[in-house]
Structures are given as structure tokens and as C-alpha cells.
Design a protein around this ligand. Structure first.
Ligand code: ACO
Length: 319
């Protein structure tokens, strides 16, 4: 029994916000600096009333429609997010309420930009064990809420959005192998170190990052985990039809593809349009390439994530 993707959907709030528009809004930056260093040209920023569960709901509706499944048939809901609506209940439970599903097991996963790949790996285990039949796996973020708009080294990098996948039990091959890891000794190179104490946020509520340390760490672990996953499935990296990496920075993506010996025409890139949407980036990219016809049924896909924690992981699957 495999866990196989039955349908994918995604959602981006509002209209694209260009680099020049950020400069007009007062960020001390230029389109040239951002494009050269990161590849990002636009990102989407949610209105203040729009939450991760709102974005998750729209993406989930599209994924359910693509899968030809009703919300009532889902028996497991996992939302990967680092920008939940509330401290509790989980964004997965809020999403469940919006979808009108009652009874599915529902919980969040917090692994920052690796969250979606972690969530796929967890859902796959539930399905393969036979305990659950149909999972809704979502990455949803409103990272704009945790950005310091006075800090040009971070605020230009991120955006908001959501992507969702319906995974179902199938005898046809689906997920072939997964690998997930973390190294908590690196927690301080990317963090939001605020906490709620006595009803107030104490500490720093904004995202802080050592960009160069993140860059080096990401390139190393992304190629390592790709090789681990391919090795576990007995698939050569040359057999991968599409690499769908976390969309943080075009230079990280290009370095990873080079280390794997994959040409860039086998890599799905959306960082130019979406910016870094953390846990939403992989399903957003996956959905974009399915809807424009690049990804076809039967092809081998390698999904990869890396993010705060530090965390990283990959899922190799037959679509
Ligand atoms: N616009 C204009 N100038 C800027 C900006 C900006 N937005 N941000 C920084 N600068 C300036 C700095 O002030 C500095 O100026 P100075 O030399 O006068 O002091 C100069 O640019 C170089 O700054 P660095 O921080 O050294 O720039 P670097 O070349 O390291 O690039 C970057 C920064 C793009 C963040 C790079 O380190 C990187 O790509 N890191 C990867 C991190 C990443 O993508 N993180 C995403 C989150 S983590 C994840 O998802 C895995």
C-alpha cells in the first residue's frame, strides 16, 4: 500500500507586490539588489484580517476539487505552519471547522520551511500503517506578520500563501521514500525568539537570520538528504523528472541542483514570483507545475525542504 497524491491546490492572497513597490513603501532596497542576491521579483502579502487558516482553506478547497474528494472523506488533516492563527487550537482544527469536516484527526506541524515535507512524511506513515485512508496535508503561512519591515536584510525575502495536497491509500506507487532531520544546535541562525509571558509578547517577535550561515547549511543538507532519499528508494538522481525544492533563494536552488547533477530545466522555480513562503513554498511550486502541465502522472518528483530549527527533509514520489 502506498500514499499517493490524489490532488493538489494552492492559494496566494491579493496581487503581486514588486521589489520596486517595497522600495516605494519605504524599504531601503532596490530591485537590482534583491533580484541579483535572491532571484525574487514579487511576493504576495495578505491583508491583516487574513490568517493562515483562511489561506489553507482556499488551497484545500482547490486540492479537494482536483482530487474529486469531499472534505467529509478526509480522516487526517495536518497543517504545517510557523504562523498559526492562534497559540491554540491548532490551525489544522480551525481549517477543519472551515471545511465542515468532523471527526478527522487534526494537528499542526512546526518545522518552519521544512514543515510541508515533514507533514508529507508523517501523513505517509499514517496511511501506510492502514490507520488512515485520506489525508489533507497543507503548508500555510502569513510570514509578513513576523517580519521587521525596518530590517531590509530579511523583509524583502518572504511572502504569504498556502498549498495543499490530498494523499490517499493506493496500490499504485506514490511516495517511494522520505527522510527528515533536524539539528537543534543551529537554532540561532534563523529564529523568531519572542514568547508570550503574562499575556504579553516578550523578547523579539520578529524573524532574525544569519543569511550566510543559512545559505551554507541549506546547500549542504539539501544535497545530502536528496541522495539519502534516492538511495533509500533505489532511484538514481538522473531518474528524477522534477526537483521541487523549498523556494528560499535562487542561488541555493541552483547550487543544490548542480550538486545533484540536475539541469535547471528539471527544477521547478517559483521563488521569483512568490518569494519565500516557508512551509507553503513546496506545495505552491508543485501546484504551479501541475497546473501549467509540466508535471505529468507517472513522473518521479523529489520534494525538498530546509528551514529553522535547523530542519530539513525530502520526499521522493511517483506522481
Ligand atoms: N537591499 C539592499 N541592500 C541590502 C539589502 C537589501 N534588501 N539587504 C542587505 N543589504 C546590504 C547589506 O546592508 C550589506 O551592505 P554593506 O556591505 O554596506 O554592509 C550588503 O547588502 C551585503 O549584505 P549581506 O548580508 O552580506 O548580503 P549577502 O550577500 O549575504 O546576501 C542574503 C544576503 C541574500 C540573505 C544571503 O545571505 C542569502 O541568500 N542567504 C540565504 C538565506 C535565505 O535565503 N534565507 C531564507 C530563509 S531560510 C530558509 O528558508 C531556508
Amino acid at each position: 500500500m502506498f500514499a499517493r497524491i490524489a490532488g493538489v491546490g494552492s492559494f496566494l492572497p491579493g496581487s503581486p507586490v514588486s521589489n520596486d513597490e517595497l522600495a516605494r513603501r519605504g524599504v531601503d532596497t532596490t530591485d537590482e539588489w534583491i533580484v541579483t542576491r535572491t532571484g525574487i521579483r514579487t511576493r504576495y502579502l495578505a491583508e491583516s484580517s487574513c490568517t493562515s487558516s483562511d489561506l489553507a482553506f482556499e488551497a484545500s478547497r482547490r486540492a479537494l476539487e482536483a482530487a474529486g474528494t469531499s472534505a467529509a472523506e478526509i480522516d487526517l488533516i495536518i497543517v504545517a505552519t510557523s504562523t498559526p492563527d492562534y497559540i491554540f487550537p491548532s490551525t489544522a482544527c480551525l481549517l477543519q471547522g472551515k471545511l465542515g469536516n468532523v471527526g478527522a484527526m487534526a494537528f499542526d506541524i512546526q518545522a518552519v520551511c521544512s514543515g510541508f515535507v515533514y507533514a508529507m512524511s508523517v501523513a505517509e506513515k499514517f496511511i501506510r500503517s492502514g490507520s488512515h485512508k485520506k489525508a489533507l496535508v497543507v503548508g500555510a503561512e502569513v510570514f509578513s506578520r513576523i517580519l521587521d519591515w525596518q530590517d531590509r536584510t530579511t523583509c524583502v525575502l518572504f511572502g504569504d500563501g498556502a498549498g495543499a495536497v490530498v494523499l490517499e491509500a493506493s496500490e499504485t506507487p506514490g511516495i517511494l521514500a522520505t527522510a527528515s532531520h533536524a539539528d537543534g544546535s543551529q537554532h540561532n541562525i534563523l529564529s523568531v525568539a519572542g514568547q508570550v509571558c503574562g499575556g504579553k509578547v516578550t523578547g523579539d517577535p520578529f524573524l532574525r537570520m544569519d543569511g550566510q550561515a543559512v545559505f551554507k547549511f541549506a546547500v549542504r543538507v539539501l544535497s545530502e538528504v536528496a541522495n539519502e532519499c534516492c538511495g533509500a528508494a533505489g532511484v538514481a538522481s538522473s531518474e528524477i523528472d522534477w526537483l521541487i525544492p523549498h523556494q528560499a533563494n535562487i542561488r541555493i536552488i541552483e547550487s543544490t541542483a548542480k550538486k545533484l547533477g540536475l539541469s535547471m530545466d528539471k527544477v521547478v522555480v517559483t521563488v521569483d514570483q512568490h518569494g519565500n513562503t516557508s512551509a507553503a513554498s513546496v506545495p505552491l511550486a508543485l501546484d504551479a507545475a501541475i497546473r501549467d502541465g509540466r508535471i505529468q502522472r507517472g513522473q518521479k518528483l523529489l520534494l525538498e525542504g530546509v528551514g529553522g530549527g535547523f530542519t530539513w527533509g525530502a520526499a521522493l514520489l511517483q506522481f
